[in-house]
Design a protein around this ligand. Structure first.
Ligand SMILES: *[C@@H]1O[C@H](CO)[C@@H](O)[C@H](O)[C@H]1NC(C)=O
Ligand SMILES: *[C@@H]1O[C@H](CO)[C@@H](O)[C@H](O)[C@H]1NC(C)=O
Ligand SMILES: *[C@@H]1O[C@H](CO)[C@@H](O)[C@H](O)[C@H]1NC(C)=O
Ligand SMILES: *[C@@H]1O[C@H](CO)[C@@H](O)[C@H](O)[C@H]1NC(C)=O
Ligand SMILES: *[C@@H]1O[C@H](CO)[C@@H](O)[C@H](O)[C@H]1NC(C)=O
Ligand SMILES: *[C@@H]1O[C@H](CO)[C@@H](O)[C@H](O)[C@H]1NC(C)=O
Length: 743
């Protein structure tokens, strides 16, 4: 049986979490979905007994799901599985898959200065809201999880803390381990210790307390605080060696059952149909129970359709840069200089230049990447070595190769697909990570010069760098393979060189100054942008407790920024204007998202009608956790789902008489009375967009108004396939991107 592993969506940790083979018997883990027909199971014990009745013996059950799935996870042989599938109530069995995991400065960058607290958005900072973080565990003793000034958890909280002693408090209110392979059979609770740092980082990004003087190796100094510093955190550890889908589903189940309001999940695995995807199934149940879910878009960009976690009830979060750089500058013998980045900044910048050599010149395998053993016998003594980035070899290993061969410094150049992006990495020698174009110029200089030389100088933290935000190369792109009629990702947030809490000292064998505890680390990934959006959702939820997950998502999307800090369109890694498939609706603007004026709301039943347009009744029943008969529902096409972005499928028979009509409904959550006027950013060429009616008047709070977007063929000129609809009032602009799918 094929076995996928799901991953944490941070870049560095992909290396740490190599896949591990299963336990060498002929049993595999399955997530089994069952349906109870007329039976109503009132107690958890009754449900457990029912689940056990499907199994050959006790001791097979890994997880029983109670809140977001109707079923269980168990280890089964193929024969046992076949016997089970003939039993009444059996719906489907999905082989377990393994997923992988994929800030001082961010709050200010997002206009949420904690110290000043001047914006209305920040007035409540997520008070009374519980964020469940589904991740690698947590380091509870970090000051980011101190509870100074935190009230006790709300009365609805039902969770628990599996750390012994007093590690939990009013900030970290819950901590559980859901990793079946770590859980003991004797009922001992396993503390969700964070062996990787990822969960500590994401949890503190979402809702960490303010910690003054946070820094990494003395850089990026400032007050570290989460997006919602008054929200409570509950950690659900679902990863050890990778993160199994059955454990992730158990984590979502526990978070919903415990009373979390928001779930942050920086995990990703293969893109599969929603009725087979434990993350899609679990988050559907969460959404039905009013829980907002923020998930990572994936780190497989810039390839088209590399997006993960693309169900319409999730907020799918892309990653973009901030305006901060931890700078090291490379100066060549001919005077040319290039700004790069490194976390390791030796106090004294040498004013001398060293000979410069291109690693690829050694001719060995992996030499261009300074891979293991590739520097042996290659003369780099006293030289600076130019190495190329490789997703499989960490900068620390590359630096180690250079050091052991006698090199004095490293320039790490990016690959073409990374464009102008630079990552601030924890190098172990004087180094500079430079963008592809800088690296290419340096490589050319080495080739064209008899005695190439360079020096690397260290300038520390630089703020206000441009362009920012810009979409980073690794951020996964749409269109979605599973649901192409819904634009994904939804929104972007900071995910490059993000500083947050860390359990360990950041590796610095030769570093001159060891920073005092507590530790922080700067890492990158859609893993890092996801908890930013979860924290912002918590802050919105605390201001508007009655808003549905769809309303909160709409508020974030329709108020997102489409320009960068210089007022230009948001760029991608090649400094081209980023497409909607990279940015979604744009870069989150928290202050505006708390007061959007209008929202596009979606009820759980609307999603069922939509799912019936894609799947069979039995498949939809798996997601809905109850029997669904699609022929008794109003089946709606994706164009009729009341999504805050609009996707228009252009038919093959597109001719001058064709009209495509998309219907939407908006709810007034702003001033009363208010009047909104439609403004359209036309997609040149491919189509012409019109809106009826063009004026919406609201005289009551929560009043709803419907409108139609009518699309007709354009003049066939330039094939721009993006536009936007903006509803504009005196106080608000409510913007929906419109993307077109050409035949
Ligand atoms: C903040 O809220 C107050 C009162 O609720 C209001 O008068 C003020 O205009 C708001 N400020 C902003 C920037 O929205
Ligand atoms: C708490 O757990 C740690 C390891 O997780 C262990 O070393 C310690 O002895 C435990 N303390 C108690 C009181 O059980
Ligand atoms: C319970 O199981 C765990 C691991 O499976 C083991 O470390 C622990 O010693 C056991 N405790 C008891 C009381 O048997
Ligand atoms: C990284 O490793 C994977 C799997 O071993 C391989 O397919 C891929 O080509 C490697 N990438 C690079 C850049 O070497
Ligand atoms: C679903 O509903 C249709 C129409 O009411 C009915 O004919 C059909 O038998 C139902 N199917 C199931 C499996 O109940
Ligand atoms: C134009 O397209 C519509 C479908 O969009 C089709 O029904 C109609 O036959 C087409 N007309 C011509 C003249 O091709």
């Amino acid at each position: 049986m094929e076995c996928f592993r799901f991953s944490l969506l941070s870049l560095l940790l992909l290396l740490a979490l190599a896949a591990v083979e299963g336990a060498g018997d002929d049993r595999s883990t399955f997530i089994v979905h069952v349906q109870s027909g007329a039976n109503v199971f009132l107690t958890a014990e009754d449900r457990m007994a029912w689940y056990q009745s499907f199994l050959p013996d006790n001791g097979r059950l890994l997880h029983a799901y109670h809140h977001v799935a109707s079923g269980f996870a168990a280890r089964l042989t193929q024969q046992e599985l076949e016997a089970m599938s003939a039993m009444p109530g059996f719906l489907s069995a999905i082989p377990d898959q393994t997923y992988t995991v994929l800030t001082t400065h961010t709050p200010e960058f997002l206009g949420m200065n904690v110290a000043q607290g001047r914006r209305n958005y920040t007035s409540k900072f997520g008070a009374g809201v519980i964020i469940g973080v589904i991740d690698t565990g947590i380091f509870p003793d970090h000051p980011s999880f101190k509870d100074h000034g935190m009230p006790p958890p709300p009365a609805k909280w039902k969770g628990r803390c599996d750390f012994n002693g007093t590690s939990c408090n009013n900030k970290l209110i819950g901590a559980r381990t859901l990793v079946a392979s770590l859980s003991s059979q004797n009922g001992t609770r396993v503390p969700p210790v964070d062996d990787f740092g990822h969960g500590t980082h994401t949890a503190s990004t979402a809702a960490g307390a303010a910690v003054p003087g946070a820094n990494v190796l003395g850089h990026a100094v400032g007050t570290a605080a989460g997006m919602a510093p008054l929200a409570h955190i509950a950690m659900y550890k679902v990863c050890s060696e990778g993160c199994d889908g059955s454990d992730i589903l158990a984590g979502i189940d526990a978070a919903v059952g415990d009373g979390c309001d928001v779930i942050s999940m920086s995990l990703g695995g293969p893109s599969i149909p929603f009725h087979q995807d434990p993350l899609a199934i679990g988050t559907f149940g969460a959404m039905e129970k009013g829980v907002f879910v923020s998930v990572a878009a994936g780190n497989s960009g810039p390839v088209d359709s590399s997006i993960l976690n693309d169900a319409p009830w999730m907020l799918t979060v892309a990653a973009s840069t901030m305006d901060r750089s931890i700078r090291s500058t490379v100066q060549l013998g001919d005077g040319a200089y290039f700004h790069g980045e490194t976390l390791y900044q030796p106090g004294d910048s040498p004013s001398v230049s060293y000979p410069l050599v291109y690693a690829g010149a050694s001719g060995k395998p992996l030499a261009v990447f300074c891979g293991h053993g590739s520097m042996e016998g290659f003369d780099v003594k006293g030289k600076i070595v130019l190495c190329e980035f490789n997703r499989n070899i960490s900068a620390v290993i590359q630096g180690g190769e250079v050091i052991s061969a006698g090199g004095v410094g490293m320039i790490l150049m990016n690959q073409f697909f990374m464009g102008y992006n630079k990552l601030a990495q924890a190098h172990i020698l004087p180094a500079s990570s430079v963008d592809y174009y800088a690296g290419d110029a340096i490589r050319y200089y080495i080739k064209s010069t008899a005695n190439p030389v360079a020096r690397i100088s260290f300038e520390g933290t630089i703020l206000g760098t441009t362009p920012a935000p810009s979409i980073v190369f690794f951020s996964s792109r749409g269109p979605s393979l599973q649901a192409p009629g819904v634009l994904k990702p939804d929104v972007t947030g900071p995910g490059v060189n993000v500083l947050a809490a860390w359990p360990f000292e950041v590796g610095m064998p030769s570093g001159p100054i060891l920073p005092p505890k507590p530790y922080f680390n700067i890492i990158s990934g859609t893993s890092m942008s996801t908890p930013h959006l979860a924290g912002i959702a918590a802050a919105i939820k605390s201001k508007h407790p009655d808003w549905s997950p769809a309303a909160i998502k709409s508020a974030m999307m329709t108020t997102a920024d489409i320009t960068d800090r210089s007022g230009h369109p948001i760029l991608d890694e090649q400094y081209a204007t980023a497409s909607f498939f990279a940015t979604g609706a744009g870069h989150v603007n928290p202050a505006k998202a708390a007061d959007p004026g209008l929202v596009y709301d979606i009820s759980p039943d609307d999603y069922l009608g939509y799912l019936c347009s894609m799947y069979t009744s039995q498949e939809v029943s798996v997601i809905a956790r109850r029997p669904i008969n699609c022929s008794t529902l109003t089946v709606i096409d994706d164009s009729l789902l009341n999504y805050p972005s609009i996707t228009v499928k252009i038919p093959e028979t597109w001719n001058s008489t064709t009209r495509i009509v998309v219907r939407r409904k908006v709810k007034n959550v702003g001033e009363v009375p208010s009047v909104y006027y439609a403004a359209i950013d036309q997609p040149d060429g491919v189509a012409t967009v019109d809106v009826y009616p063009r004026v919406l008047e609201f005289t009551e709070a929560n009043q709803e108004k419907s409108f139609s977007v009518v699309v007709s063929p354009g003049d066939g000129g330039a094939r721009v396939v993006q536009g936007a609809l903006r509803w504009v009032s005196e106080m608000h602009t409510v913007r929906s991107p419109i993307s077109f799918m050409l035949p």
